[in-house]
Write a protein that binds this ligand. Structure first.
Ligand code: PRP
Length: 211
C-alpha cells in the first residue's frame, strides 16, 4: 500500500496539477502515457493517484477513499462540507460571473431565470443581493441558454472568455475568483499527518503567490 491516495481532477486541471507536482520534485512521469487508465501507483510507493471527475473529488475525500483531493474552488463552493480545505494552489485560475446576451437588463425587476451548473453559487449570489431568481440547473453548454431563451442570464466560470464570446455573450457582473485547492479527509489529517504535511511543504515551495 502507498503512503497517500490523492484524487486528481481529470481534464482541464489535470495537466496544470501534474506540472505543479513535477516542479515540486514529485515524479509523475509514470502518468504521462496513461491512455485510459485511472489509477496509478508511483514507483516509489509514495502515492496512489486517482483520476476522477471534479464533482467526485469531494466524495472520494469525504468518504476517505482518497486522503487528499485537488479540485477547483467552484466545485467546493457547491459542496462545501465534509473535508478540510487546506491550500490554494494558484493554478486553474478563473472567475464566477453573471453573463448574458447584450440586451440583458440586470436592473429589470421582473423575476429572472438563471441557468447554471452551480445552483448553490448562483442562488447565494442573488440572495445576497436581495434578488429572488428562478434557478434552472443544467449540466453544460450553459452559454446557449440565454441565446435560446431558456434563461435570462447564466452564472458560470469564465477562464479565457472565449466560450462567452463565441456564443455572443458578455459578462455583466463578476462574483468571485476561483482556483484549484487541496482538500483533505478530516480523519486522515490526523492519521497521516506526516505524509500530508510533507506533501504540503513540497507544493508550497512552488506555489506562485505573485499571480
Ligand atoms: C467551463 C465553463 C465554460 C468554459 C469557460 O466549461 O462552463 O463553458 O469552461 O472557459 P473559457 O472562458 O476559457 O471559454 P468546461 O470546459 O469546464 O466544460 P463543461 O461545460 O463540460 O463543464
Amino acid at each position: 500500500m502507498t503512503e497517500l491516495t490523492i484524487a486528481l481532477t481529470k481534464g482541464r486541471l489535470e495537466k496544470q496539477t501534474l506540472t505543479l507536482f513535477k516542479q515540486a520534485g514529485i515524479d509523475t512521469s509514470f502518468m504521462e502515457d496513461k491512455q485510459r487508465k485511472l489509477i496509478f501507483d508511483s514507483p516509489d510507493q509514495r502515492f496512489t493517484f486517482l483520476l476522477v471527475k471534479a464533482a467526485d473529488v469531494t466524495t472520494y475525500v469525504r468518504r476517505g477513499v482518497a486522503d487528499v483531493g485537488i479540485v477547483g474552488k467552484d466545485v467546493l463552493m457547491e459542496n462545501p462540507y465534509g473535508y478540510y480545505e487546506m491550500l490554494d494552489l494558484a493554478i486553474g485560475k478563473c472567475k464566477f460571473s453573471v453573463a448574458s446576451t447584450p440586451n440583458y437588463q440586470p436592473d429589470d425587476y421582473k423575476r429572472k431565470r438563471i441557468a447554471t451548473k452551480y445552483p448553490t453559487v448562483a442562488s447565494e449570489h442573488f440572495r445576497a443581493k436581495g434578488e429572488d431568481v428562478e434557478i434552472i440547473k443544467i449540466e453544460g453548454s450553459v452559454e446557449i441558454a440565454p441565446v435560446l431563451g431558456l434563461a435570462d442570464a447564466i452564472v458560470d466560470i469564465v477562464e479565457t472568455g472565449t466560450t462567452l464570446k463565441e456564443n455572443g455573450l458578455a459578462v455583466f457582473e463578476d462574483i468571485c475568483s476561483v482556483s484549484a485547492r487541496v482538500i483533505v479527509n478530516k480523519a486522515k489529517l490526523k492519521r497521516k499527518r506526516q505524509a500530508i504535511f510533507r506533501l504540503f511543504t513540497e507544493l508550497k515551495s512552488v506555489i506562485d503567490e505573485e499571480e
